[in-house]
Design a protein around this ligand. Structure first.
Ligand SMILES: [Zn+2]
Length: 120
């Protein structure tokens, strides 16, 4: 994944659209609590600080979580649930699908799963 950084300038991050799929991409389809990878259908968006506790729905408060972990964490913070986050959620520096001048013939095969997904 790191090699892709050369394609997109980090300053694009400010314009990154927050969406379910983009959160999954940022977190590499990895549950941020149990550190296992899942198919998108088995992932959920988890509010780190629950919405009921004024947690916002944005890049820094939403992570990918599998159904089990999301259910186990419930309406608690990671601290309250004793479920530390794998990574601190942040605005991603890049995503492959952001390139406005994307040319399909230049797209590596490994990107295809990302290109065919909905934008949430
Ligand atoms: Zn999990």
């Amino acid at each position: 994944m790191i090699r892709l950084k050369t394609y997109v300038a980090p300053r694009r991050a400010a314009r990154l659209r927050f969406s379910r799929e983009n959160v999954y991409l940022r977190d590499d389809y990895t549950c941020q609590y149990c550190a296992r990878r899942f198919a998108p259908k088995d992932l959920t968006l988890d509010h780190v600080v629950p919405a009921s506790k004024s947690g916002r729905k944005d890049w820094t408060n939403v992570v990918a979580a599998c159904r089990d972990c999301n259910h186990r964490k419930g309406d608690r913070t990671p601290l309250g649930a004793n479920m530390p986050l794998l990574n601190e959620p942040r605005v991603p520096a890049w995503l492959p699908s952001l390139r406005p001048t994307f040319r399909m013939e230049n797209v590596p095969e490994t990107w295809e799963p990302y290109l065919s997904t909905g934008t949430g």
